[in-house]
Design a protein around this ligand. Structure first.
Ligand code: ADP
Ligand code: MG
Length: 358
């Protein structure tokens, strides 16, 4: 039964992708070990993530989106390291065999795997026993030339600029919409924030709602960007826990402070939501959007620091990249207002006006 299941949902549907990568996947699903061939002069990169039903995804989420996201968030770790995918393994712990769930989940995985040319090379399939939740664990393998120094979080230097891809915070809007749809908005924001968020969600135009839902459900790992940033970015990470919390990792590891410029974060949102400028409450809404960007979570966009000499080269990659701050001596994350006041942003907290710098 188990072998049957592995064949039906994994070995067979992923067979074409494995064959197309026969020069990389020397041995794939079916043997004790997979054997992968690195290009000469390359390092192996690996990363793993686990998703638990009820914690990282809803039980009634579409299985296709669950499969997509499970692989996309792992590939995003390779992107943040500047690595290109070689393949991945999948560990599944299932309370029951639900054939239609498995078929859709496998299709979601295959869509991302095909899009980013990342073959499935092995895994493990077990019963969850009395545990009623599914657990999915993915390990990705990637490679980058040994000449790539890596994007160590400790490599941010004073005077460098802070950059973002896409519109971090968008996935959080998707999550808030999802909670609102389930009538559970109060579970993710309290007090005055709940009211602000309700106003924001009601003001969102259809195109923004749609992009927020897509960003949350089917994020695209920034693999191409990660490779293009070789030799340009110093520190880099992907935004899984929110801008303030994730940037705090860079600031701690590099022993520096990061200053985010409120007006730059607002311009980023105006680009995504151009009609906002015509609204009387635009200033209010933009403030709420910046707060949600700081809290964020699940965007899988990249955040990196780079020397200002590289500004034009990075800008020339095209739209959707935003220089939103800079690195200074000190510690922590700060938000700089248009009047140049600075407010400390507490990592992962929306109450970023709590402590003001003298
Ligand atoms: P073993 O007993 O050697 O661990 P398994 O019975 O667990 O082998 O798995 C048989 C083969 O199927 C192995 O090559 C394994 O990598 C692969 N496999 C098992 N589960 C999965 C899965 N969920 N996705 C992809 N490959 C899998
Ligand atoms: Mg096994």
């Amino acid at each position: 039964m188990e072998f049957d299941l592995i064949h039906r949902y994994f070995k067979t549907p992923f067979g074409r992708l494995a064959r197309a990568n026969a020069d990389t996947v020397l041995v794939g699903i079916g043997d004790d070990c997979a054997t992968l061939q690195l290009l000469p002069g390359h390092h192996l990169y690996t990363s793993t993530d686990t998703l638990v039903e009820g914690v990282h995804f809803f039980s009634d989420d579409s299985p296709h989106a669950t499969g997509w996201k499970a692989l996309a968030c792992n590939l995003s770790d390779l992107a943040a390291s500047g690595a290109s995918p070689l393949g991945f393994t999948l560990n599944l712990s299932l309370p029951e065999i639900n054939e239609s769930w498995l078929a859709d989940f496998s299709a979601g995985l295959l869509d991302v795997a095909t899009r980013f040319n990342c073959p499935l090379v092995g895994g493990d399939t077990t019963s969850a026993g009395p545990n009623p939740s599914k657990t999915l664990s993915i390990t990705v393998f990637g490679q980058a030339p040994i000449t790539h120094r890596g994007f160590n979080r400790a490599h941010a230097k004073i005077g460098e600029e802070v950059w973002l891809s896409g519109t971090p915070g968008l996935a959080r809007l998707g999550l808030l919409l999802e909670y609102q749809r389930r009538d559970r908005l109060a579970e993710c924001c309290q007090g005055s924030e709940l009211h602000q968020v309700q106003v924001l969600l009601d003001a969102m135009p259809a195109h923004l709602r749609q992009s927020a839902v897509i960003q949350l459900g089917t994020p695209l790992p920034r693999l191409e960007l990660g490779v293009r940033l070789h030799g340009l970015a110093s520190a880099c990470l992907d935004l899984s826990d929110g801008l303030s919390g994730d940037l705090a990792h860079i600031s701690k590891a590099s022993d520096v402070s990061a200053v985010l410029v409120q007006s730059s974060l607002e311009s980023m949102w105006r680009e995504r939501w151009p009609e906002i400028c015509q609204r009387a409450d635009a200033a209010e809404l933009l403030k709420i959007l910046v707060t949600q960007t700081l809290k964020g979570g699940d965007d899988f966009e990249l955040c990196w620091t780079a020397h200002p000499n590289h500004h034009d080269a990075i800008q020339s990659f095209g739209g959707g990249l935003h220089c939103v701050g800079f690195i200074e001596p000190g510690s922590g994350i700060w938000l700089q207002s248009p009047s140049a006041d600075r407010t400390r942003v507490s990592a992962r907290s929306y109450n970023h006006f709590a402590e003001t710098q003298n």
